[in-house]
Design a protein around this ligand. Structure first.
Ligand SMILES: [Zn+2]
Ligand SMILES: [Zn+2]
Length: 149
């Protein structure tokens, strides 16, 4: 194992990554990043758009949010969470970390699972057996949370 200190995952570090990808960091895009980092839960594109607008000077249109999220998803900086609702939900994600979720069917609360991925080994076996590389997955468990009757 390499023993190097890893850079913190912050709006600034993500801005740096996006800049290296050739994205111009406008006020709107800064607002979108702030919105993603501030929210403790997955958000729809619409929610990201309106949350971004509370950032000073930011009024991103839907297309700007859409394109930026698409780019960030490609770079593994956001992760799509399947909430089994009609639109897609996204959350900010550190590309070095892994994100699986527990979702309450009753109140809709979303909890990030803080244990090693339960299907990490299976993913490796699947990749091997089918000759796929760079696999990723989205794993959501649906149930009823402790505070719901
Ligand atoms: Zn609940
Ligand atoms: Zn997983």
């Amino acid at each position: 194992m390499m023993n190097r200190t890893e850079a913190a995952f912050t709006p600034e570090s993500v801005t740096e990554i996006l800049r290296r990808e050739g994205l111009r960091i406008t006020c709107n895009r800064r607002g979108i990043l702030q919105a993603l980092f501030k929210s403790g839960r997955p958000m729809s594109l619409q929610e990201i758009q309106s949350a971004a607008s509370s950032h000073e000077g930011a009024h991103p249109d839907y297309a700007t949010v859409f394109r930026m999220i698409l780019l960030m998803e490609k770079l593994h900086l956001v992760h799509k969470v399947n909430l089994q609702r009609s639109c897609s939900y996204y959350e900010i994600s550190d590309p070095r970390k892994h994100y699986d979720h527990l979702i309450c069917r009753s109140c809709g609360s979303v909890v990030l699972i803080d244990i090693p991925c339960p299907i990490g080994d299976a993913e490796k076996r699947i990749a091997q057996q089918y000759g796929f590389r760079d696999l990723s997955h989205s794993l959501e468990f649906f149930g009823v949370c402790a505070t719901c009757p």
